[in-house]
Design a protein around this ligand. Structure first.
Ligand code: OGA
Ligand code: MN
Length: 212
């Protein structure tokens, strides 16, 4: 991975993503990570997993926090700005670049970013929901970067999007980044193999994890 010195996104990738996001409420960059970068993230995943760093994800925040595997079955590990490997730093640098581009072109007033690694074991899913809700009103843009090599239709785990007049699925392909407005409802369909991603949210206020 170390020979790849183009560590930021190209202007044309940003432009295309942001145009689609502005017009349709969601956008995709297919080669956010190269194949070797995906390998690097997966090995980081394995390291953290061996250290017992992954925890069952909950629903809601603080007093409303609940663990309910009939709603979501993933295991997560938050990315800590003080504890970053080269590949995590590369991910964060690109997300910041995207945030700055969005602020410049769409005046979204994004101030911070929070992200976690996520793993869905075979047989799990995340039921229809929105990421911006009463107790979590500061998420403006949701992002998911997928890390599933050789993904096939039968593997499942697609991201189902519920736009006002359009319902469709996005395959969780390796290296692909999907962004959408956080109030849009979406769902993770049941996966038949372990499903890996990094999920991140751009916020309109500073978070406790402060990257900016
Ligand atoms: C989430 C989520 C979508 C995905 O973590 O809130 O909806 O495709 N993830 O992983
Ligand atoms: Mn979500």
């Amino acid at each position: 991975m170390s020979e790849e010195n183009i560590s930021l996104l190209q202007e044309s990738q940003l432009e295309q993503l942001v145009d689609q996001l502005a017009e349709e409420g969601y956008g995709i960059i297919n080669h956010f990570f190269s194949a070797s970068e995906v390998d690097a993230v997966i090995s980081r995943f394995q390291g953290l997993s061996e250290e017992g760093e992954f925890k069952k994800a909950g629903i809601g925040k603080m007093q409303n926090f609940a663990l309910d595997k009939t709603i979501r079955g993933d295991y997560i590990r938050w990315i800590d700005p003080n504890d970053m490997t080269e590949i995590t730093a590369r991910y964060v640098a690109r997300m910041k670049q995207l945030m700055e581009y969005l602020n410049r072109t769409c005046f979204l007033g994004l101030k911070d970013f929070e992200a976690h690694f996520a793993m869905y074991p075979a047989g799990t899913f995340y039921k229809r929901h929105a990421d911006r809700f009463q107790q979590n009103a500061h998420r403006v843009i949701s992002t998911v970067c997928y890390l599933n090599k050789n993904w096939k239709e039968k593997d499942g785990g697609q991201l189902r999007m519920f736009l006002p007049n359009n319902e469709f699925d996005i395959a969780p392909l390796s290296g692909r980044l999907v962004c959408f407005r956080s109030e849009i409802e979406h769902e993770v369909l049941i996966t038949t193999r372990p499903r890996y991603s990094i999920t991140g949210w751009m916020l309109d206020q500073h978070s406790s994890l402060t990257f900016l």
